[in-house]
Design a protein around this ligand. Structure first.
Ligand SMILES: NC(=O)c1ccc[n+]([C@@H]2O[C@H](COP(=O)([O-])OP(=O)(O)OC[C@H]3O[C@@H](n4cnc5c(N)ncnc54)[C@H](OP(=O)(O)O)[C@@H]3O)[C@@H](O)[C@H]2O)c1
Length: 325
């Protein structure tokens, strides 16, 4: 499968490194807004073709699938650019600004019969697959509560993507998405969400605290922040025991199962490289099977996740340009 890399920033480098672990993958081209940056990336990773624009990248007939690694504000436009040029797409999270954009992106992929998936890499990690298996087997009974957090201390620099409202920065879209993802994976669509946030001078959330309720009766407490390093763990409390996903839960290699009537059990799981190879391999398999969406992370999942993100963002008062509702 011939990959093209769109926007060679921080995460694109890690993804490119991990493609070495994906059988049948080849990086054939990279596109940047700057030809120099594209050449720099191509030299670093041995990519044959470097382009000074995204349009040139998607015009390349050798490219089959594009990894979109630009800021959140740009995902909608860049995904449409790729799909309209006939390319399959793996697009970084958060998928877009709002649900309307995600619906348009996924509808276009279907119309063009091209594969499109949000790059929630954790969905394909062995630890998360094992978590689902344990929960679904009933070993901890019915889920009563999920607690998950993701926090790191970021230097407050208003020029950075993380604090830039124009680039759809803020902790919720950047890292709060992971606690929301795990609670959604385990519990589905929430019946009700209450959220509070702390907003920076630049108008994005530094902290975001979320309380969720589900029709099953379960609840969840989720948190994200750029102001402090937090545990970045997830605990699933069930009627017959607990399952603890060790730090950092979204990329972990360890779980601890606490059955109600037995000794705790440590479970080690695999992670190859940074952990991006699993999603890339899944994308390749889906494309080979002619699918337009992933059975593990379908378009409906991304649409519902975005509905929650937008609900929370509006409750905490973060308004992005292009989504002034
Ligand atoms: N899955 C993960 O583990 C993970 C981890 C970190 C980030 N991410 C996600 O990956 C995406 C990118 O994050 P990052 O940390 O890699 O960001 P980054 O280092 O700032 O890279 C983003 C790149 O996007 C390009 N770009 C296009 N339009 C831009 C604009 N208007 N302003 C600034 N840059 C623009 C730039 O490349 P050129 O100008 O050279 O084209 C830039 O290098 C985000 O969606 C983020 O949430 C995912």
């Amino acid at each position: 499968m011939n990959w093209g890399i769109l926007a060679p920033g921080h995460i694109a480098r890690k993804f490119a490194e991990d493609l070495q672990y994906v059988a049948g993958s080849k990086m054939v081209a990279v596109g940047s807004r700057s030809l120099d940056r594209a050449i720099g990336f191509a030299e670093e990773f041995g990519v044959a073709k470097a382009y000074g624009s995204y349009q040139e990248l998607v015009n390349d007939p050798d490219v089959q699938v594009v990894y979109v690694a630009s800021p959140h504000s740009e995902h909608y436009e860049h995904t449409l650019l790729c799909l309209n040029a006939g390319k399959h797409v793996l697009c970084e999270k958060a998928f877009a600004l709002n649900t309307e954009q995600v619906r348009e992106m996924t509808a276009l992929a279907k119309e063009k019969e091209l594969f499109l998936m949000e790059a929630i890499w954790s969905r394909f990690h062995p630890a998360i697959l094992q978590t689902l298996e344990i929960v679904q087997s009933g070993q901890i009974g019915e889920i009563v509560h999920v607690q998950a957090d993701f926090g790191f201390k970021a230097e407050y620099d208003v020029t950075k993507r993380l604090f830039n409202r124009d680039l759809a920065g803020g902790s919720l879209y950047d890292i709060g998405l992971y606690p929301l993802f795990i609670s959604k994976l385990l519990l589905g669509v929430p019946a009700e969400i209450k959220a509070l946030g702390t907003i920076t001078e630049t108008g994005v959330d530094m902290n975001c605290s979320m309380a969720l309720r589900y029709d099953s009766g379960a609840t969840a407490s989720l948190f994200s922040t750029f102001a402090a390093k937090t545990d970045t763990t997830c605990t699933i409390y069930g009627t017959k025991g607990q399952l603890f996903i060790q730090s950092r839960f979204h990329e972990t290699t360890g779980l601890t199962l606490y059955p109600e009537d037995a000794m705790p059990q440590s479970i080690s799981t695999e992670r190859i490289g940074w952990g991006y190879a699993y999603e890339a391999e899944h994308v390749q398999n889906c494309i080979s099977e002619g699918l337009t969406e992933s059975p593990l992370l379908p378009h409906s999942f991304s649409i519902e996740l975005m509905e929650s993100l937008v609900d929370i963002r509006r409750q905490i008062g973060v308004v992005y340009p292009g989504d002034e509702k």
